[in-house]
Write a protein that binds this ligand. Structure first.
Ligand code: SAM
Length: 316
């Protein structure tokens, strides 16, 4: 299958931005425009509520919203279903006292999703090291009416985990640079410009080393209890192998990090991690994979690390 024919099977996903709108109002609005609740692949006027992600709607792949007033006003966000998994799985509570880091934030779709899940409360530090992408991030966060986000134009790896500002951070989202090999439908436009077709082993090994460094760094934050690691790659070297290595590092063993049980990581999602790449079938079951061949999403990978004494307890 070509990327185009796979993309034709992926609905146009629209996340309703809970910071300024509700799914009920969105459904009413689309119904008043003549859309009907039905299989989104069945017609241009069909749409559906997603079964895994609250506030996510699916439309026919050919429907465009980039020029729609709802998009321009920030009421809807164009975000692939799989790319909604990381914030959903991290599941920060909507509490004034909740402190969260998004370590690799631009263009900001997962940041605004986190902000909405937090009820626009508490504090969300959004790191982005690239200056130009940082400007885009600020623009996207303003459009999505995020009031609880402090955007930081800095390299997460050079940020001290013992900095007093981050002493209460309990949740970290890590969606670092990757090969982008899972992307067949560029609906999360503004992908990184260095996402290339070249998937030489050297490049993948360098990306994997960087991804592992990011996880180890996140594990050093003194109050962190939950870390989501995600990529839009289909390669085990950037996914299961990075996770397996991370679990063996002193940061993981000293910090008592383990993989969250299946029950805390989208238990009704069928496609899980690759068993042959993990130390046990249970470890593979804890991981989420998405494939453009059969899941109606781009290729994606999600993992949730929790501290053993935290006991999980996030969203299903
Ligand atoms: N999470 C974003 C979203 O959903 O909109 C996409 C993130 S993109 C895959 C990775 C981003 O991390 C890029 O913008 C890149 O510039 C940034 N980045 C990479 N390494 C970083 C680092 N060490 N510190 C901060 N940002 C970094």
């Amino acid at each position: 299958q070509t990327d185009d024919s796979r993309a034709a099977q992926i609905p146009r996903y629209v996340r309703v931005n809970r910071n300024c709108w509700t799914t009920e109002k969105a459904v009413e609005t689309f119904a008043s425009r003549g859309y009907e609740l039905a299989d989104p692949l069945s017609s241009y006027k069909a749409f559906a509520k997603d079964e895994h992600i609250p506030d996510l709607l699916a439309f026919h792949p050919q429907v465009q919203f980039a020029e729609d007033a709802l998009y321009k006003e920030g009421k809807i966000i164009l975000q692939d279903k799989a790319s909604c998994f990381p914030a959903h799985v991290l599941a920060p509570p909507a509490d004034e006292g909740c402190h969260v880091i998004d370590a690799t934030a631009a263009p900001g779709n997962k940041t605004s999703h986190l902000s909405a899940l937090m009820g626009n409360k508490g504090r969300l530090y959004a790191f982005e090291r690239d200056r130009k992408r940082f400007s885009t991030l600020k623009m996207m966060l303003a459009k999505a009416r995020c009031k609880n986000v402090e955007a930081v134009n800095a390299d997460f790896l050079t940020t001290s985990p013992t900095d007093e500002r981050y002493s209460k951070v309990t949740h970290i989202l890590l969606d670092p640079s990757c090969s982008g090999s899972g992307i067949v439908n560029r609906m999360d436009h503004l992908l990184e410009s260095d996402t290339q077709e070249d998937e030489g082993q050297d490049r993948l090994a360098k990306l994997a080393a960087f991804q592992l460094m990011m996880i180890r760094h996140a594990m050093k934050f003194p109050s962190v209890k939950r870390i989501v690691y995600s990529t839009c790659s289909i390669h085990a070297i950037e996914n299961e192998r990075v996770v397996r290595q991370a679990l063996e590092t002193p940061e993981a063993t000293d910090g008592h990090f383990a993989l969250a049980p299946l029950a805390d990581v989208l238990p009704t999602w069928r496609r899980r991690g690759l068993v042959e790449e993990m130390n046990s079938p249970d470890d593979a079951q804890s991981l989420v994979r998405c494939s453009p061949d059969g899941d109606a999403t781009n290729g994606f990978f999600v993992c949730l690390f929790v501290t053993k004494h935290d006991g999980g307890g996030g969203a299903a």
